[in-house]
Design a protein around this ligand. Structure first.
Ligand code: ADP
Length: 332
């Protein structure tokens, strides 16, 4: 599809350039031949005026055959120039068409991958749900207790589906660009709320969260900042051993709000680091599975949220030492 679109676009580029070039050449050729035709008449008139009618015939005149030859050469040169323009513009057009279409191709490829990944992730809980329901319906001796156990299982699958659906919605959320009113968050409010949410998770693993939050603002809504902090803190807890520490820092640096979450966890291998913000990416599935149900969507959501607010989210990590996620946001 990409190649046929590229050829089509090249064709259009070429058509426009050749129409302009050929029309221009035709007009130029017509003007030049007109001038050439008049050249002999003008020369005759001038000689007649200078030497009088009887004498000028003895003077050598501009040969009509030469004029015709010049006309032919002109036509040939114009054709040659247009041929060169055709080849040059064709090549250049092909390169430009590729450049124009590449971001669109990238977007379409990414969207297709997203749809494929999303359907794949959705299929598992749906299949589980369908199978348990079918098996239970077929079982005539199903007791109330067993039925309740099945319902509980079903509810778990429904919860997974609900979580996935809202994560997918969040990822495809497109902000209205025209809204010029930008929300300003008090960073301390967002960190407080995020810490409240993850506190039970940290307590379950006896993880200490030390926070050092300066009274700064950031250009982002409090809800968005809270959501991002929950994702980062939740990961830090998930991928850390019991009784370790997590540091949350928020301060002003270079007139920007700088917020970081550092853990002493398992870290991220260097090969995985470039992909960590990709949708559905999970570094080393075996260890991710060991930590519970993750879809590899959290960091993709976090990154998109921060970028949507013209900020930046980055990561540094050392396996078995720890990981730091840092974000920079405008202050006002
Ligand atoms: P998940 O739901 O799997 O945690 P995320 O998008 O939040 O999805 O994270 C993607 C992957 O990045 C995780 O599967 C994990 O391998 C890795 N990761 C994220 N945060 C950390 C961290 N603090 N320490 C180590 N690995 C992490």
């Amino acid at each position: 599809m990409f190649n046929s679109a590229r050829l089509k676009l090249t064709g259009w580029y070429l058509l426009i350039i050749m129409v302009i070039s050929i029309s221009f050449s035709a007009v130029l050729y017509r003007l030049l031949t007109l001038e050439l035709n008049q050249l002999i008449d003008r020369q005759n008139a001038r000689l007649e005026k200078q030497y009088g009618a009887p004498n000028y015939r003895s003077t050598p005149l501009l040969d009509r055959a030469i004029v015709d030859e010049v006309k032919t050469r002109l036509a040939f040169n114009f054709m040659l120039i247009n041929g060169l323009i055709f080849i040059g513009a064709g090549g250049l057009g092909f390169i430009l068409a590729g450049k124009t279409l590449r971001p669109i191709k990238k977007m379409v490829d990414e969207q297709n991958r997203f749809i494929a990944d999303a359907s794949h992730e959705l299929r598992t809980p749906i299949t589980a749900l369908k199978t348990t329901l079918e098996v239970s319906l077929r079982d005539e001796s199903l007791s109330l207790k067993e039925a309740k156990a099945t319902l509980r299982e079903n509810l778990e699958d429904v919860n997974r589906l609900q979580f996935l659906a809202s994560a997918l919605l969040e990822l495809t959320y497109c902000p209205r660009e025209s809204t010029s009113v930008r929300e300003i968050a008090q960073v301390a409010d967002a960190t407080k709320e995020a810490l409240r949410v993850v506190k039970p998770l940290a307590a379950a693993k006896k993880i200490r969260i030390e926070s050092e939050v300066a009274p700064i603002t950031a250009v982002i809504s409090t809800k968005e900042l809270t959501d991002v902090l929950i994702i980062l803190l939740d990961n830090a807890i998930k991928y850390s051993a019991d009784k370790t520490a997590i540091n949350l820092i928020a301060l002003e640096r270079d007139h920007q709000a700088f917020i970081s979450v550092t853990d002493q966890g398992i870290g991220i291998p260097a090969v995985d680091l470039p992909h960590i913000f990709d949708r559905f990416y999970r570094a080393d599935s075996s260890r991710s599975e060991a930590t519970g149900s993750g879809y590899g969507l959290g960091l993709a959501i976090a990154k998109e949220t921060i970028q949507r607010n013209q900020g930046a989210l980055s990561v540094t990590s050392k396996p078995n030492v720890g990981t730091t996620f840092s974000m920079k946001l405008k202050m006002k």
